[in-house]
Write a protein that binds this ligand. Structure first.
Ligand SMILES: C[S@@+](CC[C@H](N)C(=O)[O-])C[C@H]1O[C@@H](n2cnc3c(N)ncnc32)[C@H](O)[C@@H]1O
Length: 232
């Protein structure tokens, strides 16, 4: 590829909400990917998923999680709610390896992973009106103004998200970055097809365990905002 083509290719690329760094991956995480990926992951394809084809339990609630990080709270939620199905999306291999390990060790059968950009997963793999809930816990805040365009929560994405959630399904976003919380609330309040689930929407509901990222913030004295909206 010539330098000019590389530059054109770079310009065409959409703005991503993450940067793929090599990162450290442990031997246990690598082993889990080698041994369990086929069993517990779904490969990204530009094709709609039929949830009944990938989950053992048919005809039940399906919750999508975007950006599960190391997946500890994801595994906990799936374990606590064995009658619901969970589809968890993350781009980073150490997190994918870690969650595969947790699924295997805890014998979790209602949780599948997709390692890919969640924006594309939503656009290409998820049917409209098919999700009972979407969890987005501590999306990267991208605090610098010049990086705000990288924030995952944008009006375009919210328009897609609201199409994918069934009527009366929910969207739950949590953040510990005040400026991002205000940004998210502003966008959510403008969305026509979702409404605040209740007046006390800043309180953490019991079903959400503390996440790894959140714990780090709490130690630094950060406050947490949980925003829960319902599809109308
Ligand atoms: C700040 S971390 C929070 C992780 C986890 N939810 C927690 O609370 O511990 C945000 C995560 O979102 C992931 N992420 C960001 N944009 C994403 C995207 N478009 N698709 C999938 N994952 C994404 C990042 O790789 C990162 O692991």
């Amino acid at each position: 590829m010539t330098e000019q083509n590389k530059l054109n290719d770079f310009k065409r690329r959409p703005i991503r909400s993450y940067i793929l760094r090599q990162g450290r991956i442990t031997s246990g995480q690598t082993k889990a990917i080698q041994e369990c990926f086929v069993k517990h992951a779904v490969v990204f394809e530009k094709k709609l998923i039929n949830f009944d084809d990938i989950f053992k339990i048919k005809d039940t609630h399906t919750i999508l999680e975007i950006g599960f990080g190391m997946g500890t709270s994801t595994a906990e939620i799936a374990k606590l709610n064995p009658r619901y199905n969970y589809l968890a999306v993350e781009v980073h291999s150490p997190g994918v390896g870690n969650l595969l390990k947790l699924i295997q060790e805890n014998n979790i059968s209602n949780l599948k992973i997709i390692q890919h950009d969640a924006v594309e997963v939503l656009n290409f793999m998820i049917k409209d009106d098919s999700l009972d809930g979407i969890h987005i816990f501590f999306p990267d805040p991208w605090p610098k103004k010049r990086h705000h365009k990288r924030r995952l929560i944008q009006s375009d994405l919210l328009a897609v998200i609201t199409k994918k959630i069934k009527k009366s399904g929910y969207l739950h976003i949590a953040t510990d970055w005040e400026d991002y919380a205000l940004w998210i609330i502003d966008l959510l309040d403008k969305e026509k097809f979702i409404q605040r689930a209740s007046d006390n929407f800043f309180e953490k509901p019991d079903y959400r365990p503390l996440t790894k990222y959140e714990n780090r913030g709490i130690k630094l004295g950060y406050k947490v905002w949980d925003m829960i909206y319902r599809r109308v």
